[in-house]
Design a protein around this ligand. Structure first.
Ligand SMILES: [Mn+2]
Length: 416
């Protein structure tokens, strides 16, 4: 029998609501998972920790986050528990990945089309692949060793039959040259499990709330691979919850004549000690100043408050406005953009332009490089943008030296 922790979507380095405490929370959640892996009464509780992508929130994590992850991986390594991982969409770069650095240090194994045997289960990996390049995938995997009793594919993307899916699991499993017993997935932050034909397909969920609609308790999967009485592979998937930052979801429906005092009263009814207060206002009533609501939450001991007014502005006749997130408009925009049908290139450009960590002076180069990259990948039709030679030469240079083209930022290459 082989027993693993299946985790993912850790998003270490995410400074949610611009809060340094929240940023620490994401690293703490990763450490809590590692704690659970190494600290059974008789040593490690599992044979491996499997990470399904988005370990980091960003391609260029800051040093404290890197060092935090490194030290957690060292603890795992010292306990003799392998860390098997793939690359998610948040951390994907062209060229080398942080995961390659960890592998280089002997602290991780990057899963791919070749089997990685742990106990009697063989693990394979499929990094996140943008939609535009999926048609080229052949899903060819090296057959498992004869003594493997079970096979699992670790993949990052939005797979059917779960919500927001754009990647057909059934088609993937049909095309795959290995008959997988389980698919351990990342990307969708909602934990869920289903069966597709004979394969168990499961999302482990995120380990901290990366957005305010992640209301359920956070956690990870504990997955056991064994053989049933008939000798066929048996897969057992259980949820384990994590003790994360408390969130208080305060939903207030205002009636005519009610206003900020009613909202403040509702906020005060919650235990907000060190909590993130997520206040949502619907209904009618008077205009509400978010700052006045935030003050009430902070007086109750909340770490921070986020107030969203879902009501129409400008009277009954006005159309409902998009939800505005006063505490973190950037996150609100990101959520909406994610819901739109943008091409991968569009999304990359949007990320680049929006990313605070990219100095303004670098945006032009990065956009040019992203466009050049898309041209190289054949994602765009028509002639290449020859009016901007930088695009192609940048991309070509990056291909050649395997860097991300940003030597003035902390880069993985500085560590290799
Ligand atoms: Mn994610």
């Amino acid at each position: 029998m082989t027993r693993v922790i299946h985790t993912g979507d850790t998003h270490v380095g995410y400074r949610q609501y611009h809060s340094p405490e929240r940023r620490q929370d994401f690293l703490d959640a990763f450490e809590a998972v590692i704690d659970d892996a190494v600290s059974g009464p008789d040593g490690p509780t599992v044979d491996a920790v499997v990470h399904a992508g988005d370990l980091f929130h960003d391609r260029r994590p800051d040093l404290p986050d890197l060092l935090g992850v490194l030290s957690a991986l060292r603890r795992l390594d010292a306990a003799g528990v392998p860390f098997l991982a793939i690359v998610g969409n948040h951390e994907a770069t062209r060229g080398r990945q942080w995961l390659d650095l960890f592998e280089n240090l002997g602290l991780a194994t990057r899963l791919d089309g070749d089997p990685m045997l742990v106990g009697d289960a063989a693990f394979y990996g499929l990094d996140h692949v943008p939609r535009s390049r999926r048609d080229d995938l052949d899903y060819e995997f090296t057959p498992p060793p004869a003594d493997a009793e079970a096979t699992a594919l670790v993949a990052h993307g939005l797979f059917t039959p779960f919500p927001h899916a754009d990647w057909d699991t059934e088609a993937l499993l049909d095309a795959a040259t290995v008959d997988f017993d389980a698919a351990l997935l990342g990307d969708n932050h909602v934990a869920d499990t289903a069966q597709v034909d004979d394969t168990w397909v499961t999302y482990c969920g995120s380990t901290e709330r990366a957005s305010a609609d992640e209301r359920d308790a956070r956690g990870y999967n504990l997955v056991e691979f064994g053989a049933d009485a008939g000798g066929d592979a048996a897969v057992d998937i259980r949820r384990r919850s994590l003790d994360t930052r408390p969130f208080a979801f305060v939903d207030v429906e205002l009636r005519d004549g009610e206003g900020v005092e009613r909202v403040r009263e509702r906020v005060r009814a919650y235990d907000l000690d060190d909590a993130v207060a997520v206040v949502s206002i619907t209904g009618d009533g008077d205009p509400v100043t978010p700052a006045a609501v935030e003050d009430a939450a902070l007086e109750e001991g909340a770490l921070l408050a986020r107030v969203t007014d879902h009501r129409a502005v400008g009277g009954d006749a006005a159309e409902a406005t998009p939800d505005v997130d006063f505490a973190d408009p950037d996150a609100a925009v990101r959520e909406r953009v994610r819901g739109m049908d943008l091409s991968d290139l569009g999304r990359r450009l949007d990320e680049t332009i929006r990313d605070d960590a990219v100095p303004d002076s670098n945006v032009r180069d990065r956009v040019a490089s992203a466009v050049g990259d898309a041209v190289t990948a054949g994602a765009l039709d028509g002639p290449s943008p020859t009016d901007d030679g930088a695009a192609e030469s940048d991309a070509a240079a990056d291909e050649a030296d395997g860097t991300d083209g940003e030597r003035d930022q902390v880069s993985m290459e500085d560590f290799l």
